[in-house]
Ligand binder design. Structure first.
Ligand code: NAD
Length: 356
């Protein structure tokens, strides 16, 4: 992979490699775009098969964060850190404090947070060396209920666009995954009086929890979730679940959930859904509740303000669906158009010098 060519093609600003002799900390930070503000993105710890795999993952995730924050109306750019190592072996106070020192060396151009295999305890160690970290214990807390809340508003917006009413109680839902976000989202749907909810899971503990707490939510086998006769399919498990095999099975008229990278191939499968008349709520817009929450932690944290901001996902999605309709493009593409428009517009208003 020619990294400079890739950076030029997709507008990346910076790739930083770091290696700490004392702790063996080894990783990469990518800053994609800071037009809107400091690049924010979590730190992922993974035993990558190769250095190339780690860099590619980091580039892809950093760029995704630019779109996500831009579309969420936040004054943040996109970035990411990946650490190369075995999560069961490398973690220690010194390891994360060493990372904190690298983050500090970027002087606020990049702000880190939790991601796969890192948690609030690790963030607390990073915090000992830098202020440029979010997701601290006792501050904004677990993002999952807020991600679920954002998806709930996103489902309402999708209903409104597709059926002309956002009355959740008139429709039925099939939820894939009742882990963190799926569990909370089902509760929001129940509170709103959802007509019927089916769910699937592969983790026995999560199946039992749902059956014990909400026996009215009906369990179905994992491979039966796509073909349920429901109005809304709600992916809250893994990525790439919408593909050549699953899409033809879908009976729902809406796909809207918390999962990231739901479309196996954004262009192909985004178009496939559109051609079938299935409204797809773009993942990085509907699941932005968590990043909105983290953003507030960087300022004066107030849960009411967070809820108000998360509610805006409703109007934002309606705007994006409108763009898709007008420009005859799929909704995932429309979401990128929306994000790019915001970045371009803010860049323009910064063109004239104002002394602050
Ligand atoms: P989680 O691991 O808590 O829950 C996912 C659940 O899906 C697990 O319980 C797992 O057993 C289940 N699952 C996996 N494969 C399945 C299958 N084939 N069929 C049925 N169930 C299956 O994760 P989460 O935090 O709820 O995140 C879910 C998705 O939402 C992920 O794609 C994540 O990237 C995305 N997301 C989460 C947040 C957040 O705040 N947690 C924010 C943004 C996006």
């Amino acid at each position: 992979m020619n990294k400079f060519e890739y950076m030029e093609r997709y507008g990346f600003e910076q790739i930083i490699y770091f290696y700490d002799k004392a702790t063996g900390l080894k990783g990469v930070t990518v800053i994609h775009d800071t037009t809107l503000g400091p690049a924010l993105g979590g730190t992922r710890l993974w035993n990558y098969a190769s250095e190339e795999d780690a860099v590619i993952d980091c580039l892809r995730l950093a760029r995704g964060m630019t779109y996500k924050s831009a579309a969420a109306g936040l004054n943040l750019g996109g970035g990411k850190t990946v650490l190369i190592g075995d999560p069961n072996k490398v973690k220690s106070e010194a390891y994360f404090r060493a990372l904190g020192r690298y983050v500090q060396s970027l002087n606020g151009r990049y702000i880190t947070a939790e991601d796969v295999n890192t948690n609030t305890k690790d963030m607390d160690y990073i915090r000992m060396e830098t202020d440029y970290v979010s997701g601290i214990e006792g501050k904004s807390g677990n993002p999952s209920p807020l991600t679920a809340l954002g998806a709930f508003h996103g489902i309402r917006a999708s209903l409104k666009f597709k059926f002309g009413t956002d009355d959740v109680s008139r429709y039925s839902y099939a939820v894939q995954g009742a882990g963190q976000t799926g569990y909370y989202l089902i509760q929001y749907l129940l509170e709103a009086g959802a007509k019927k909810i089916y769910f699937t899971e592969i983790n026995d503990r999560h199946i039992k929890r749902m059956k014990d707490e909400h026996p009215e939510v009906i369990f179905v086998a994992p491979d039966a979730i796509f073909s349920q006769e429901v109005d809304v399919l709600v992916p809250c498990a893994l990525g790439a679940v919408l593909n050549d095999q699953s899409i033809p099975q879908i009976k729902a008229k809406i796909v809207a959930g918390t999962a990231n990278n739901v479309l196996a191939d954004e262009d192909k499968h985004g178009n496939m859904l559109r051609d079938l008349g299935i409204l797809y709520a773009p993942d990085f817009v509907i699941n932005a509740g968590g990043v909105i929450n983290v953003y507030h932690e960087l300022h004066d944290y107030n849960i009411h303000a967070v809820h108000k901001d998360i509610e805006k996902i409703y109007d934002r999605l309606l705007e994006i669906f409108q763009i898709a309709q007008e420009q005859k493009i799929n909704t995932q593409e429309a979401a990128k158009v929306y994000a790019r428009n915001r970045i371009a517009m803010i860049q323009q208003i910064h063109a004239n010098y104002i002394k602050r």
